[in-house]
Design a protein around this ligand. Sequence first.
Ligand SMILES: OC[C@H]1O[C@H](O[C@H]2[C@H](O)[C@@H](O)[C@@H](O[C@H]3[C@H](O)[C@@H](O)[C@@H](O[C@H]4[C@H](O)[C@@H](O)[C@@H](O[C@H]5[C@H](O)[C@@H](O)[C@@H](O[C@H]6[C@H](O)[C@@H](O)[C@@H](O[C@H]7[C@H](O)[C@@H](O)[C@@H](O)O[C@@H]7CO)O[C@@H]6CO)O[C@@H]5CO)O[C@@H]4CO)O[C@@H]3CO)O[C@@H]2CO)[C@H](O)[C@@H](O)[C@@H]1O
Length: 492
Amino acid sequence: MANMLQNYVPVYAMLPLGVVTPDNNFQNPDDIKRQLYKLKEAEVDGVMVDVWWGIIESKGPKQYSWNAYKSLFQVIKDCGLRIQAIMSFHQCGGNVGDAVNIPLPQWVLQVGDTNPDIFYTNRRGTRNKEYLTLGVDNEPIIGGRTPIQVYSDFMNSFKDNMADFLDCGQIVDMEVGLGPAGELRYPSYPQNQGWSFPGIGEFQCYDKYLKEDFIKTATEAGHPDWDLPDDAGQYNDRPEATGFFRNNGTYLTERGKFFLTWYSNKLLIHGDQILDEANKAFCGCKVKIAAKVSGIHWWYNDASHAAEVTAGYYNIQDRDGYRPIARMLSRHYGVLDFTCLEMKDNEQPGYTESAPQELVKQVLSGSWRETIEVAGENALPRYDPNAYNQMLLNARPNGVNRNGPPNLKMYGLTYLRLCNQLLDGWNYGVFKQFVKKMHADQEYCPNPENYRRHIVPLELSKPAIPLKDLLEATKPMEPLPFDNETDMKVTG
Ligand SMILES: OC[C@H]1O[C@H](O[C@H]2[C@H](O)[C@@H](O)[C@@H](O[C@H]3[C@H](O)[C@@H](O)[C@@H](O[C@H]4[C@H](O)[C@@H](O)[C@@H](O[C@H]5[C@H](O)[C@@H](O)[C@@H](O[C@H]6[C@H](O)[C@@H](O)[C@@H](O[C@H]7[C@H](O)[C@@H](O)[C@@H](O)O[C@@H]7CO)O[C@@H]6CO)O[C@@H]5CO)O[C@@H]4CO)O[C@@H]3CO)O[C@@H]2CO)[C@H](O)[C@@H](O)[C@@H]1O
């Protein structure tokens, strides 16, 4: 039995986006309690919840109001569920499934009234208020504080105010928001600017800070005449419609490669810097730090990988755009949380050149090779056995090992998302089966130590990894072998 437990993969469910309302109220504790007890009955291990910057610090700089979240966390605790908390430094609204609007704090948005360059900007000058541009990470633009300091102060305040839940092991993971939708990426495919699937998206580096940074970097490299791309098309283009991404396009020239290296490096450094602060804030707590990476599966089979590339994942045939992220995470003892685990290639329209299965294999394999933990999510709401079985396959790509730990195993899986539709009739029955199979047909295990690697107090980040060493991880490698089907099937 002890050996078998090592196959157990915990399951979490994402809470509704507006569980704490935009005006900072925990309004319907009884409704949530009812839903949480249903999760508990299904033997779910815990829940993931957004902790919105735009709610907590809405009254003014450093005026944090934690009461509603404390009540929510207490209810979750009373229901016997653990917590994955997201430090949501992004806006809610504008992405797929965003049923609620929670902007960044007004006093932060006001800075943008006089200095709109604090927001990500596309080539046509459209600003995106979902998340502050990484170009201002180290600029003292927020009442004398830099955004990195503001994020750090917020995380420290969370630590101080949620100490009870941290100390007793209720909070197991701290997901650190590193971009739009809480993902480490540029907002290259915003639905609220007209993007629709499977558009290639647009680069978002035309604010004055990133523009200056690029010119400076190019000049130092001996190319003072190089500027940001002007041939990369618009949100809903296909790769071949653009000079940048078409066959033998700009992306393959020295200039294109230089730009893409810079664009993706900036994202890597952004994540690294904020995670450094997260490790400082949560040092000594028995939690794991985690970062989300978006599952951009469309145009994966196109040589340009255009949609991934505009999002900042410089991932083409001869360059792995994800393993450097995993290597960066390794110095923070971080977990890479990847999405679109439920998707199969044959569910995607052919013209989208989409390959979610290969993408997932690549990212999971690269992360395991960097010896970090990998967790995952589904990208879209699904209730069918096909989706669950694909997630089960990815959770244990070589199946169960009855004599010890499986060859490969994910750290955890978070199901998107808790709602009444999930908890009704047939959907609920299939979901319960899914949880059981994730647990490798075993009872709920109350002690994570029994199935997870040791949960030790978080340490400060290891020394910075020089960029050149991070970039060594761009060397492509064959993915690890995955079985074709899970050996723990949900039947429905
Ligand atoms: O609380 C935590 C955070 O939660 C939110 O962020 C999460 C986000 O919600 C997640 O989606 C995920 O984000 C990524 C994702 O990993 C990426 O893959 C990508 O998502 C794209 C997706 O992969 C693409 O396929 C595409 O999706 C479009 C889809 O292909 C189209 O077919 C269509 O889907 C419709 C469908 O046609 C329609 O029938 C219906 O279907 C559902 C039905 O309503 C439902 O009852 C059930 O039966 O299931 C059916 C199937 O799902 O609705 C579908 C959805 O509208 O349109 C799709 C959208 O265009 O494009 C996707 C990108 O738009 O990008 C995501 C965002 O980066 O993980 C996020 C992080 O956890 C919040 O946004 C955050 O603020 C929170 O912090």
